[in-house]
Design a protein around this ligand. Structure first.
Ligand code: DX5
Ligand code: ZN
Length: 217
């Protein structure tokens, strides 16, 4: 079902070759490019900030999907708009004012996403459904690639029902591979983030390995 979109996470790419890595996954059929921003505070790991994201922008021909694992969020929204993010996702656990944050993301011209950690129930977004374009269901505790998938089937089904006819994506992030992908698709997810499952085998090597991995998901 190609209405499902595969969003490789460049967290598992070769950090010395982001431009080439982005071009390779898009050439091999990536629908979106997922960019994991970590601050060493909201999550116990650090990645890149708005200057790096801006440098990725000219390489991304599809959709640049920026996942903020940072707190606070609001002071940085303009910087990620300026960096060229198409979708900007903030965690509901990152602060007390997610409603304001989602409004600010849309006001800056981006699609607004809200991410839920595994311990956060579907009901937490009940009053945000008209303010959001994407709900990201974390199927790992955020911070690192390559972790074991945590089954959130019940949450995905509940969200799909709550969303109804609204044009809201359900994105799954963490431990997505050819075994877990069919389960989350069946539950109602339509954007699948995959880091280690796409990039396993190392950096760009012209063997089409990324393409094979993308198609397997
Ligand atoms: C985890 C990140 C994910 C990560 C997924 O905190 O948000 O996007 O890259 O990696 P895999 O697919 O290896 O679980
Ligand atoms: Zn992510």
């Amino acid at each position: 079902d190609r209405s499902v979109k595969i969003a490789p996470s460049i967290l598992s790419a070769d950090f010395a070759n982001f431009g080439q890595e982005i071009q390779a996954i898009e050439a091999e059929g990536a629908d979106w490019v997922h960019v994991d921003v970590m601050d060493g505070h909201f999550v116990p790991n650090l990645t890149f900030g708005p200057m790096a994201v801006k440098a990725f922008r000219p390489h991304v021909k599809t959709v640049m999907d920026v996942h903020l694992m940072i707190a606070p969020v609001d002071p940085y929204i303009e910087a990620y708009a300026d960096a060229g993010a198409d979708v900007l996702t903030a965690h509901i656990e990152a602060g007390p004012h997610i409603h304001r944050t989602l409004q600010a993301i849309r006001a800056s011209g981006m699609k607004a996403g809200v991410a839920l950690n595994p311990g956060t129930p579907a009901e937490a977004v009940a009053h945000l459904l008209d303010l959001t374009d994407l709900i990201c269901v974390m199927t790992v505790n955020p911070g690192f690639g390559g972790q074991k998938f945590i089954d959130m089937t019940g949450k995905i089904i509940a969200l799909r029902q709550m969303i109804g006819d609204r044009p809201v994506h359900i994105e799954i992030d963490g431990g997505v591979d050819p075994t877990t992908a069919p389960k989350v698709r069946a539950a109602g997810a339509d954007v699948l983030v995959a880091g280690s499952a796409v990039f396993k085998g190392g950096s760009v090597d012209n063997t089409g390995v990324y393409g094979n991995n993308i198609r397997a998901i």
